[in-house]
Design a protein around this ligand. Structure first.
Ligand SMILES: [Ca+2]
Length: 403
């Protein structure tokens, strides 16, 4: 049987499921990838500009020294009374004036080059703005000609199911605090439950070793038939979990599962957990290496880390050595964004440069040297689960900490 896990809090429930490409749509329209690609050029240009400015500053400084020197020469020439000495001094002054002129010409040349650089940068900025506007337009209605997007929209997939949607697929959602709607894959079951899918691994076709911006915006592909891999994006996950339109059961009101804002490094908090056969790896795990293993591998309350943004509780950089963005502690017992290993089992050698367990891991189900073949992370308002209906294979695991 396929084990599944339900982690929650407050109005929302986080569910993970595992089990042993056709039409699709990019999760972000490639905005993040484009930005990342452009970053190097911009950095290089800025460095160049910086060097030019330093050159000019040096020249200006040189000119100041020359002026001081000329003043000194003039003063000393006035002081010396003999005529021959005066002529000698004044020819020295002439030479200095000539040198000074050369310096000014060189400086003017530098300023001219700088002006060119600025106007070419301005042109590039303009181009970039145009491209960004085009992308923006595309992002508002991505792939609408290529993939089937269902006509019903809502604040999340449960809202969409409540409005009568009965089949899984791509839908637009606009959570209350979202500036604009975005596309998600909704898993809608026969009991009228609408899960909003946050992450999908199924074949290793998408590289999950991405930077902060890419995790923020999302990456991979959404498909109407759920055949592609993706990360919906931390910002969208934050918007989806930061507010819910569903009534919240009082019993768990103080215990919310949510992804924090970027200011809080997209911290993950949850307070209520329902688990199936796979156990709660999010609560940490005692590997038997160290008495503090469990504390150092629990994920509740952790901020998000990527190789270029280290928010973990480890001296080193978990996201870098394990090759993924995740709510790293020191480092993990659950690691669903890990490297995809086709065969499942892998070794320290397979793990490459760092040799740490970097697969798709859920240690309370399989040990850390087994990489899961398929995972899904999805959320649903808690009331949909606690209100009854099908809960086979799902039991309450325990109330865990405050959010
Ligand atoms: Ca660190």
């Amino acid at each position: 049987m396929v084990p599944s896990l339900l982690a929650t809090a407050g109005g929302l429930l986080l569910l993970f499921s595992f089990s042993s490409a056709g039409q699709y749509c990019p999760t972000t329209c490639g905005v993040a990838d484009y930005r990342w690609k452009y970053k190097e050029d911009v950095t290089r240009d800025l460095d160049h500009l910086q060097r030019e400015l330093e050159n000019i500053a040096n020249l200006t400084h040189g000119a100041e020294i020359k002026i001081d020197y000329m003043k000194d020469s003039a003063v000393s020439a006035q002081k010396s009374s003999p005529q021959d000495s005066f002529y000698k001094k004044s020819s020295n002054i002439l030479e200095d004036v000539l040198r000074f002129e050369k310096t000014i010409i060189a400086q003017e040349q530098q300023i001219y080059e700088l002006q060119n650089l600025i106007s070419s940068n301005e042109r590039r900025m303009l181009e970039l703005k145009q491209i960004s506007m085009q992308l923006q337009q595309k992002c508002q209605e991505p792939c609408q000609d290529e993939v089937e997007i269902k006509p019903i929209a809502g604040t999340d997939c449960q809202d969409i199911a409540n409005k009568g949607a009965t089949s899984s697929g791509l839908y637009y959602v606009k959570p209350p605090k979202a500036p604009e709607q975005f596309l998600v894959y909704c898993e809608i079951d026969n009991f009228g439950r609408g899960f909003t899918v946050l992450q999908r691994r199924r074949d290793g076709s998408v590289d999950f070793n991405k930077n902060w911006i890419q995790y923020k915006e999302g990456f991979g592909y959404l498909s109407p038939d759920d055949t592609t891999e993706f990360w919906l994006g931390n910002e969208k996950m934050h918007l989806l979990t930061t507010s819910t339109t569903m009534p919240i059961v009082l019993r768990i009101e103080m215990k919310r599962a949510k992804v924090g804002s970027e200011d809080d490094q997209y911290r993950l908090t949850y307070g209520y957990y329902l688990s199936g056969d796979a156990g709660d790896a999010f609560d940490g795990y005692d590997f038997g290496d160290d008495p503090s293993d469990k504390v150092y591998t629990m994920h509740n309350g952790m901020q998000f880390s990527t190789f270029d943004r280290d928010n973990d509780r480890y001296d080193g950089n978990c996201a870098q050595q394990d090759g993924s963005g995740w709510w790293m502690n020191r480092c993990h017992a659950a690691h669903l964004n890990g490297k995809y290993y086709q065969g499942g089992r892998y070794t320290e050698k397979d793990a490459g440069e760092y040799g740490f367990d970097n697969g798709i891991i859920w240690v309370t189900w399989h040990n850390r040297w087994y990489s899961l073949k398929e995972t899904t992370m999805k959320i649903i308002p808690l009331s949909r689960i606690t209100a009854g209906g099908q809960q086979a294979g799902v039991k309450q695991f325990g109330g865990l900490g405050d959010a």
